[in-house]
Write a protein that binds this ligand. Structure first.
Ligand code: ARG
Length: 572
């Protein structure tokens, strides 16, 4: 595909002595108002270099560019050169590219196979997988897909919270009040109830706490019975998590959670000792970070047990040694900002020069219409229930609308779950947001169903033309694209053209919402085109050109949805 900035810069190069191609390229702008051209070049900065007044420079450049058939029109307005591309050349080149690349349109190899670790989801064993977890899960999955699409070698890690003193408590509670069948039937709810009961009982009888600590030490020492129970709790919880991952279509390459590092912590403590970073504080070992304006990091408790932060340090060291990553990304709530600042600083102090390649990608809070979530007050919304309800409600809406789908179940699942994902990825990730059923399932607003519906509409137009998408594309070479260079068609094509750059921007900012917003723009633009222009006209040549543009819009929306982790149904 033609890189227009590059092309324009190279045409200008001979006119402007003293600037490199890259410098010229950087100066080319895209005017906000397309009446000022598709591209514009301001000449102010050149006055000194060329010792001429900017309007004069603009005039000279414009004169020179007028001869090329890349442009429909070249104007100089004061100090600006305004460039209008030949819509015909533009359309043809773009449609050829989309037709060639199809499902990989927008991808690239800028990643050069460099290793990127994307750690996301990471729920805690025996704790509910609630709506709050959806953010890490969905944002992380999309970031993984984006990096994968850009040619990075990605590894998806689920850093399960499967270790810590709470497992001592759970084992004690299970032995005292538990029952195997309940755990098997409803692992998380049951295990959670043991945990709650433990705390109630421990208020009355504090010796339970000692008992739990002793049991956890036995677990840390690898005692058979404790290990068996712990492993069983973990397996049963994972089964439940996997049900949710299946619904979302999400997979992981590794479930190495906190417990995986239980035998790798001694080494970290030794390293910290060697660098004289550890300090005694009331029997515990800490790293003092006052100099860096951070509160002290507790590395080891009085009883020798390690902590969440110790395991994060061990995990990062392990990942560097095992994967030799280029980037190590953590999609974790902004409540943990301090935690990440602390341990990033610690590995930096340990002299690990790759500390800079570890990136915390924070996100804001989800709350419910009724107020913030609280496990203690029972105000938890289980993610699985949310997804199931989204699918059920979608089914009702589809039935009501009387749309004919191949398969109601499948479509309702694609749309219902897609709606939840899309809402999640609609705003900048750092923003807090309120979960709202009304907003989420709307087929009209800037929602998942709206974008999917637009995709299905394009698919249906192609079907009605008796032409599968592929057939429309066979005609690209010979097609007379002049038929779609009207404003609405051209604006749509420009959005399609920008898609590959949008994917790169999303990766650089770790921000899937950049893609979400762009495909909403494409969907709206396609709907305008569809509204203004009758597509299935009698004139065969005109119809061909319109079908090709329809196909390109459909394909780009589909690729965008795929990067968000959503399906693109052909019918709805
Ligand atoms: N299990 C933690 C929680 O649910 C999240 C883990 C985040 N990842 C990490 N490497 N610390 O809060």
């Amino acid at each position: 595909m033609i890189d227009y900035k590059d092309k324009i810069a190279s045409l200008m190069l001979e006119n402007i002595e003293g600037l490199t191609l890259e410098e010229i390229k950087d100066m080319i702008e895209i005017p906000v108002d397309s009446k000022m051209g598709d591209y514009a070049f301001p000449c102010f900065k050149l006055a000194k270099l060329l010792k001429k007044a900017p309007p004069m420079i603009a005039q000279g450049i414009a004169e020179n560019l007028k001869g090329y058939d890349l442009f429909e029109k070249v104007e100089n307005v004061n100090a600006y050169v305004n460039l209008f591309l030949s819509r015909k050349v533009f359309m043809k080149d773009l449609m050829n590219t989309v037709a060639d690349e199809k499902d990989i349109y927008g991808s690239s190899d800028i990643g050069q196979n460099r290793k990127v670790i994307v750690e996301f989801s990471s729920p805690n064993i025996a704790k509910p997988f609630h709506i709050g977890h959806i953010r890490s899960t969905v944002i992380g999955n999309s970031i993984y897909k984006i990096y994968d699409f850009l040619g990075y070698d990605t590894v998806r890690i689920n850093h399960l919270g499967d270790y810590g003193t709470q497992f001592g408590k759970m084992i004690v509670a299970y032995r005292k009040w538990g029952n195997e069948t309940d755990v098997i039937n409803e692992p998380i709810k049951t295990l959670l109830s043991y945990y709650v009961k433990f705390h109630e009982e421990a208020e009355k009888d504090p010796s339970l706490e000692d008992e739990a600590r002793a049991v956890f030490t036995r677990l840390e020492n690898g005692e058979k019975e404790e290990t068996r129970l712990w492993k069983w709790f973990r397996d049963e919880s994972l089964k439940e998590f996997n049900r949710v991952y299946d619904m979302l279509g999400i997979e992981f390459d590794s479930y190495a959670g906190e417990s995986f590092y239980s035998d790798k912590m001694g080494r970290i403590v030794d390293m910290l000792n060697e660098k004289k970073l550890l300090k005694e504080s009331e029997g515990a070992k800490i790293v003092d970070l006052e100099e860096y304006n951070l509160s002290p990091a507790l590395i080891m408790k009085k009883d020798g047990s390690t902590l969440y932060i110790t395991r994060d340090i061990a995990a990062a060291v392990y990942r560097k040694e095992h994967y030799n990553f280029y980037k190590n990304l953590y999609i974790v709530a902004s409540q943990q900002n301090l935690h990440f600042q602390q341990w990033f600083k610690i590995i930096d102090l340990l002299g690990m020069d790759w500390a800079k390649d570890c990136v915390h990608i924070p996100f804001g809070l989800v709350s419910l219409d009724e107020g913030t979530m609280s496990t203690r007050h029972g105000r938890v919304v289980f993610l699985e229930d949310v997804l199931t309800r989204a699918v059920e409600q979608t089914k009702d809406i589809i039935k009501e609308k009387n749309v004919n789908t191949d398969n109601l179940e499948i479509t309702a699942k694609q749309v219902g779950i897609g709606a939840v994902i899309f809402q999640e990825l609609s705003n900048n990730r750092i923003k807090d947001y309120v979960f709202s059923w009304e907003k989420i399932l709307n087929f009209e607003g800037e929602t998942g169903p709206y974008v999917q519906y637009t995709h299905a509409r394009a698919a249906s137009i192609l079907r009605n033309a008796g032409s599968s998408g592929d057939e429309a594309l066979k005609n690209v070479q010979g097609a007379v694209m002049d038929y779609v260079t009207v404003d609405s068609g051209y604006e749509l094509a420009k959005l399609i053209y920008r898609f590959p750059q949008v994917v790169v921007d999303a990766a650089e900012k770790y921000e899937p919402s950049v893609i979400t917003r762009h495909i909403v723009d494409i969907a709206q633009s396609f709907n305008r085109f569809y509204h203004d222009e009758h597509i299935l006209v009698d004139n065969e040549e005109e119809k061909k050109a319109k079908l090709i543009l329809t196909y390109a819009a459909k394909q780009t929306i589909k690729n965008g949805l795929q990067l968000l982790g959503m399906e693109a149904p052909e019918r709805m």
